[in-house]
Design a protein around this ligand. Structure first.
Ligand code: DSN
Length: 422
């Protein structure tokens, strides 16, 4: 049992680190990974991230660098850019942001001045820290206005979005987030942004793979600026991109470099290119459709078992369960599920009376298990395990948890993991 590519030199030079990497590979193999922002990248993506491209500095952009020796790096970056443009149908792509938060910060730098008004979804309602939440620099340095979901439906309250936008006239409106189980209505956001002369920024980090694979409507044509990480449903390395219309290209490029970052991580850029090559294939469309089918099947099975899902279900890769009726908090439930080989995160739910570090909910995503090969017919079993473990944790019955962990390992033994040979 070992990591692929093999860690031959690493094991010889630094057995301690090699041992930790092997242990993590084994852990990822043995668990049903339901963290909605995670995935398994292909071995090709893994190989690209572990290349000599990490040795090269290349501040600037292709043809306009501040270091010599860019004959190859320029080609790598241009390849990633052209693939991003083709996969998402955009005019321009910047593939240099180190991750999602720096990508969003670059958008602020390009389009707003400190103290100006911006608008985003409140974190407890499903938004992201960098959409102006209180503890983020974006909430401290900008006058952040926050919209949320309706209590009765768990869906974005567009009356509130429109009302707040008219009253506060933000420079930017962010659409997207980290715990939104329903289709994001980009045309509705675009209409409001246009009415108040704001720039609509679609943060598609969670759903980028679904957009690329045709399983979620695209924001292109509605949002002139689109940010995304590359490692969630898109199934690339940890990184990010900003995609724009032609009019915003220069300002965004200037904001990423030299505005915010230094040299791009060229090994990551190569791996983004590989992931985008994969995202252009028919197999990826099947994967994206199956991610959604798996999430819907898991939602149905959990609803049958009495789980309370925010918005009553899902349209995408993500479910948010409020465990109040199960008489357990999200955190002890998530910890028990992890011990049972089912890995997810505790999460606030909209209007959560509990604190963010000890909230009422758990967040569940189906991207990684889909990559692993699990299908809708496996979801009732996963729901049954979640139900058993949540019940056992509420009762303090550790023996059930151990039995489920063994059953999970047995199921997963039949589903190979990219980056690992059993
Ligand atoms: N922390 C990521 C997530 O889990 O959704 C978003 O940045």
């Amino acid at each position: 049992m070992s990591h692929q590519p093999a860690l031959t030199a690493l094991a010889a030079a630094d057995p301690e680190v090699a041992g930790l990497v092997e242990a993590e590979a084994q852990r990822q193999h043995d668990k049903i990974r339901l963290i909605a922002s995670e995935n398994y990248v292909s071995q090709a993506v893994l190989e690209a991230t572990g290349t000599v491209l990490t040795n090269k500095y290349s501040e600037g952009y292709a043809g306009r660098r501040y270091y010599e020796g860019q004959q190859v790096i320029d080609q790598v970056e241009n390849l990633a850019i052209e693939r991003a443009k083709a996969v998402f149908g955009v005019d321009h792509a910047n593939v240099q942001p180190y991750s999602g938060s720096p990508a969003n910060l670059a958008v602020y730098l390009a389009l707003a001045k400190p103290g100006e008004t911006i608008m985003g979804m409140a974190l407890p309602d499903g938004g992201h820290l960098t959409h102006g939440w209180t503890v983020s620099a974006t909430g401290k340095w900008f006058d952040a206005v926050r919209y949320g979901v309706r209590k009765e439906t768990g869906r974005v309250d567009f009356d509130q979005v429109r009302d707040l936008a008219r009253r506060h006239r933000p420079k930017l409106i962010f659409a997207g987030g980290t715990a939104i189980p329903r289709t994001i209505d980009f045309p509705a956001f675009a209409e409001i942004a246009s009415e108040v002369d704001a720039v609509l920024v679609a943060d598609i980090a969670h759903i980028a793979g679904l957009v690329a694979g045709g399983a979620h409507p695209s924001p292109v044509g509605h949002a002139p600026i689109i940010t995304t990480t590359t490692h969630k449903t898109l199934r690339g390395p940890r990184g990010a991109m900003i995609m724009t219309d032609a009019g915003h290209a220069k300002d965004i490029d200037k904001a990423v470099f030299p505005g915010l970052q230094g040299g791009p991580h060229n090994h990551t850029t190569a791996a983004i290119a590989v992931a985008l090559g994969e995202a252009a294939t028919p197999d990826f469309r099947d994967y994206a459709a199956t991610v959604v089918a798996n999430a819907k099947a898991l939602a149905d099975a959990l609803l049958e078992r009495g789980f309370d899902l925010v918005s009553g279900g899902t349209d995408n890769h993500l479910l948010l369960a409020d465990l109040t009726s199960k008489e357990i908090g999200g955190k002890p439930a998530a910890q028990a599920l992890d011990r049972a080989g089912i890995e997810l995160n505790y999460n606030t739910v909209p209007f959560d009376p509990r604190k963010p570090f000890d909230p009422s909910g758990i967040r569940i995503g189906t991207a990684a298990l889909t990559t692993r090969g699990l299908r809708p017919e496996h979801q009732p079993q996963i729901a049954a395990w979640i139900d058993r473990v949540v019940g056992a944790a509420a009762r303090g019955d550790e023996s059930v948890i151990e039995r489920v962990a063994a059953e999970v390992r047995e199921l997963l033994a039949g589903f190979p993991m990219p980056g690992y040979t059993a």
